[in-house]
Design a binder for this molecule. Structure first.
Ligand code: GCO
Length: 463
């Protein structure tokens, strides 16, 4: 596979808007993203079962301010208002996830009609607004009953997931064609089985590597199901991809960064799209691989979803089970209001490298900036730092396309301020502000900026 460009030969990222004609395809997909646990609420309504996150949030100290997703953005009841917000943005697509425990309250067995009916209503509302639904089957909210049966450390979970995919595809597949299997599998397996930051919050080598393999198996099995049940399906997977950098330019930290790269960027994308685990972890995966597994995992997909915010950093730590310790960007690095490094050139290079490595059309399925925002007296939010971030990263995306990356869409994270996992509602990523006391939605300056950016691209595309 020829590289789009040699990294060493790549020009430095332009710092001023370039006069050249825009590089984005005329049919470039503009969207916004959310996820079920982070916005739906209605946690015990209409038959929804408990997820691992419902239980995790009730454990003292797990979530900042003791926040939970019990109500979140109340999207379960307010979805029509949120679809109207999407329509006003002018997006052509909306990426959301299905809550497995809302569709199958105990994870298996008979579906919950009320849960399926909610997603019917949401999909029909989107289609009526001329917005294409992009469905992610799994954005971390595993049914708790399945966790109690071993969760992803149990190989049976792959079959349970395939059965869940069949229920969703059978119900929505006549109207939904874009499906992703998992959102960021490396994050929920690393944070859940190594760092203790996500459920099930263990640090156990066997469970961790078993979970990696079983999630990969589940992906391949679900792809087969979606191909069978959805006519015209366009299938992908959503991976966080970020340069894994050493904190110090030492051989030890460089080795640590390579191990982080394996677990963070490649432990799922490589077997799913290249048919093999990275060499550095293959021996750790071997105990869980059965004959034919890699063929079951390596099923053809139509696109690669990339979530990107900033680089990640590793340092050597001889006591670290995985061969690296999680670290942070240099103190002098430019950062967003919540402290995440801002490095658009890293984003450009991630897109080029992924294009070279996997050879698939790419959709940026998440990118955005978090902030701890307070409304002014009028309730308005002039989130100019988020606008600057989005402008710089869209510029980097265009640089990547000029340099040969096949990037076909961009979904801003997120439509709404929402439940930001361990940070609860303290970190706000929305281009629309949510007042969680009243559930009032207020488009921020970034929403108006994003709508204008979309309109400008569309005007050029049809000129
Ligand atoms: C993730 C998830 C989102 C986050 C967003 C901001 O990447 O962690 O996909 O659920 O909310 O990325 O952290």
């Amino acid at each position: 596979m020829t590289r789009a460009t040699d990294p060493a030969a790549r020009p430095t990222l332009s710092t001023t808007p370039s006069p050249r004609p825009r590089a984005l395809r005329p049919d470039f997909v503009w969207g916004a993203s959310t996820s079920s646990y982070q916005i739906e609420g209605a946690a015990r309504e209409d038959g929804r079962g408990e997820s691992v996150w419902d239980l995790f949030c009730r454990q003292p100290g797990r979530i900042q301010n003791g926040d939970t997703g019990d109500v979140a953005c109340d999207h379960y009841h307010r979805y029509r208002e949120d679809v109207a917000l999407l329509r006003n943005l002018g997006v052509g697509a909306y990426r959301f996830s299905i809550a497995w425990p809302r569709v199958l309250p105990s994870g298996r067995g008979s579906p919950n009609e009320a849960g399926l009916a909610f997603y019917d209503r949401l999909v029909d509302s989107l289609l009526s607004a001329g917005i294409e639904p992009w469905v992610c089957l799994y954005h971390w909210d595993l049914p708790q009953t399945l966790q109690e049966a071993g969760g992803w450390a149990n190989r049976d979970c792959a079959s349970w997931f395939a059965d869940y995919a069949r229920v969703v595809a059978s119900r929505l597949g006549d109207r939904v064609k874009r499906f992703a299997t998992f959102n960021e599998p490396s994050v929920f397996t690393l944070f859940g089985y190594a760092f203790g930051w996500h459920p099930p919050a263990v640090d156990d080598a066997a469970s961790h590597h078993a979970a990696i393999h079983h999630v990969n198996l589940a992906h391949g099995m679900a792809i087969d199901v979606l191909r069978d049940y959805v006519i015209g399906a366009s299938l992908g997977a959503i991976h966080n991809m970020q340069p894994a950098r050493p904190v110090q330019a030492t051989p030890e930290d460089r080795a640590a960064a390579k191990m982080l790269d394996c677990y963070w960027n490649r432990a799922f994308a490589d077997p799913q799209m290249r048919g093999a685990y990275p060499d550095a972890i293959a021996s750790r995966m071997a105990p869980f691989c059965r004959d034919g597994d890699l063929e079951r995992i390596h099923r053809p997909v139509d696109w690669l979803g990339i979530n990107h915010y900033s680089p990640v950093y590793a340092r050597a730590d001889s006591a670290a089970r995985l061969g690296f310790a999680w670290s942070d960007a240099p103190a002098d690095a430019p950062r967003s209001p919540i402290g995440w490094q801002i490095d658009p050139a890293a984003f450009r290079d991630v897109l080029l490298d992924a294009c070279d490595r996997y050879g698939l059309p790419i959709y940026v399925t998440e990118n955005g900036a978090g902030a701890v925002e307070l409304a002014d007296a009028s309730g308005a939010i002039d989130d100019r730092e988020r606008i600057a971030y989005l402008a710089a990263y869209l510029e980097a995306l265009e640089e990547a396309t000029v340099l040969g990356a096949d990037v076909r869409g961009y979904f801003v994270w997120s439509l709404l301020d929402n439940f930001e996992w361990g940070a609860g509602y303290a970190n706000r990523f929305g281009i629309v502000r949510v007042d969680f006391a009243t559930q009032a939605r207020t488009p921020k300056a970034s929403a108006r900026w994003y709508a204008a950016r979309i309109a400008s691209h569309r005007a050029k595309a049809t000129a």
